[in-house]
Design a protein around this ligand. Structure first.
Ligand code: MSP
Length: 618
């Protein structure tokens, strides 16, 4: 009865956002559910700290990759704490034992003939740390990464290769024998057709990157970050490998399915290790229908939601709103609506109504109840029918369905109360009132089996208020329990109030104070647009010449979809003058202009005409 589950290890090039929280919350809910069922659980998470992506991000910030990683790790750990995530170990790929073991495994596979030296030429995406396929789209002769939409870079390298091609047949055989290896099923089908199309050997070292684990026998080569990272699932177990391997579940986002369902089992086969049982692939959280990602700059800080609604509500929303496997579109409106409907009006309301009556009529001690009537027995029968269905949904990681079934039942408790009217029988017929309340408490307490893993704080509060045992079933709860009143479990949130501009602003500002000294480091000046040309090789860009009073500057601006050249010519705008010049599509941009962003649409900040170019903005 062991259960070993993992999250991907997160890149440390930025702070965690709601997308990362999603994967980790799913894992925590599963870990808690399995623990309730008596499994010996090991839940592993951590950070992916090597590779070109981290190297580049650190360089841009003037830090060493190690410094960047050290700075980012607490952000992950704090968020997991705020979300009530109980992991058993947090692995960092820069930990000694991990680096040593990965180097050893590399040499072992080389000895066994699974790794050989060759040379590679092709397009590479540094953002995704992956090769771009030959059939990817091109823009101006540059391959575009099909995953992130970023530009590829052409590289030629001498590399070590893993003989992935030799594993095509063993992998296909394995999928055939284990059709549930990847869940949901449609993702399994994608993987199978990917492998059926043929596998090329995989380059697993880089000579263009410094930050990573070196090949001991050929230290010019740094081990490919994905080869390094995947083995965290083994090194992270440290001396508990024998006990917990193979992994029962790897939870991942759909963008990294090929790494986990093709490369990873192939590496393991080559080593002669047993293979993980299941890879669960979830969809993306989108904002305005685009994937939430650091790269696109549209990420949502989970702390804001946690502060506003509590971690339970965030956990519940993430699991309930979208079935795992599908993409979900995040909106604050949707969040508040679900919170009010399911948590404030349904669960919170039942708990406060029933506990209030128990305290008001009986000071919290239910008298011995009258025999159950048909209507009371129906609540029990329904639960006995429903419980295995919800259990199956949870076991299949179909949380949205499981929770929707459970909430159907909770609504049933509310209806039961309306029908049986315990406030009428009250203290006039204490035995009947006691039966009704006891039935409601039994129903609530049994539901905790599914509520606690998803909402551990609220679930525990309910259990304590009912003084229920830690075994969650209809029969485990009886009348000899002391009830305490529990109100305001999920206070209703007023949507209009929440969206009041100041409130949102306040929340944002708290996190992003800068000092006045910081502010004065910015060079902000007024400039006048004196020339507007369309960039020849990019249909979204203008090349602007701007008169800054004492000199002219070239700016590259992505305004073509929003402004005509006539609208721009002669306008006075605000320019950031001390931004490091950057090449955009081959044109140097010597600064940046300021615009307000309304759902992705820029509105230029236009300065009154009487202000001369070169004036300082402060
Ligand atoms: N470092 C690799 C994983 C190596 S595992 C051996 C990586 N890191 S990541 O930080 O980019 O992403 C980690 C996880 O977060 C992935 O499962 C990814 O799908 C998930 N998400 C990142 N953005 C997401 C959304 N917008 N929505 C849902 N999940 C997303 O990949």
């Amino acid at each position: 009865m062991k259960f070993y589950l993992t999250t991907p290890i997160y890149y440390v090039n930025g702070k965690p956002h709601l997308g990362h929280a999603y994967t980790t919350v799913i894992g925590d809910v599963i870990a808690r559910y399995k623990r309730i069922k008596g499994y010996d659980v090991f839940y592993l998470t951590g950070t992916d700290e090597h590779g070109g992506k981290i190297e580049k991000a650190a360089r841009a910030l003037g830090k060493s990759p190690r410094e960047l990683a050290d700075e980012m790790v607490p952000h992950f750990k704090n968020l997991w704490k705020a979300l009530n995530i109980e992991y058993d170990f947090f692995i960092r790929t820069t930990m000694d034992f991990h680096e040593r073991k990965v180097a050893e495994i590399f040499e072992e596979l080389k000895r066994r003939g699974h790794i050989y030296k060759g040379s590679y030429s092709g397009w590479y995406c540094y953002n995704c740390e992956a090769y771009i396929p030959d059939d990817a789209e091109e823009e101006d002769g540059v391959k575009i990464c099909p995953d992130c939409g970023g530009k590829g870079e052409f590289i030629t390298e001498e590399n070590y290769f893993f003989r992935l091609s030799a594993f095509q047949k063993p992998l296909l055989d394995f999928y055939r024998e284990n059709p549930d290896f990847v869940k949901p099923r449609f993702m399994m089908n994608k993987v199978v057709s990917f492998v059926e199309q043929g596998l090329r050997d995989l380059s697993i070292t880089r000579t263009t990157i410094n930050w990573g684990i070196r090949v001991p026998s050929d230290p010019k080569h740094v081990i490919y970050v994905w080869f390094d990272a995947l083995f965290n699932y083994i090194t992270g177990l440290r001396d508990q490998f024998e006990k917990y391997w193979p992994a029962d579940l790897h939870i991942i986002g759909k963008d990294i399915i090929i790494f986990h369902a093709v490369y990873w089992p192939a590496f393991l086969m080559a080593l002669g290790y047993s293979l993980p049982r299941t890879v669960l692939s979830h969809g993306w959280w989108l904002v305005d229908r685009r994937k939430m990602s650091k790269h696109l700059g549209n990420v949502l800080d989970p702390h804001i939601l946690i502060e506003g609604f509590g971690s339970d509500a965030v956990r519940y929303f993430l699991l309930r709103e979208t079935p795992i496997g599908q993409d979900g579109n995040f909106s604050h409106e949707g969040f508040i609506e679900r919170y009010n409907a399911d948590l404030a009006n349904e669960l919170g309301n039942i708990v406060s109504r029933t506990t209030a009556m128990a305290v008001k009529y009986f000071s919290g001690n239910l008298p011995s109840p009258s025999p159950a009537l048909e209507v009371d027995r129906k609540m029990e029968e329904q639960w006995r029918e429903l419980e295995p269905l919800i259990d199956r949904a949870f076991e299949n990681y179909e949380f949205s369905r499981g929770l929707s079934l459970l909430w159907g039942y909770l609504r049933g408790i509310n209806k039961y109360l309306v029908e049986t009217e315990p406030w009428r029988s009250g203290t006039r017929d204490p035995k009947r009132t006691s039966r009704i309340l006891l039935t409601s408490f039994k129903a609530l307490h049994a539901s905790l089996k599914f509520i606690i893993p998803v909402m551990p704080e609220a679930g525990e509060k309910i259990r304590k208020a009912l003084s229920g045992p830690e075994e969650f079933s209809w029969d485990a709860y009886n009348e000899n329990r002391r009830i305490e009143r529990l109100d305001h479990l999920f206070p209703r949130v007023d949507k209009a109030e929440f969206f009041k501009e100041e409130k949102m602003e306040e929340k944002k500002e708290e996190k992003t104070y800068v000092t006045i000294e910081d502010f004065f480091k910015m060079g902000l000046k007024v400039g006048k647009i004196v020339e507007v040309k369309e960039a020849p090789n990019a249909d979204k860009l203008y090349l602007l010449k701007v008169d800054m009073g004492d000199h002219q500057r070239n700016l590259v601006a992505g305004l073509r979809q929003y402004y005509s050249p006539e609208e721009l010519l002669g306008k006075k705008i605000v320019v950031v003058t001390n931004l490091k010049p950057a090449k955009i599509r081959g044109h140097e941009s010597q600064g940046m202009l300021l615009a307000a962003d309304v759902n992705g649409k820029p509105y230029l900040l236009i300065v009154p005409d009487e202000v001369p170019p070169g004036s300082m903005v402060r």
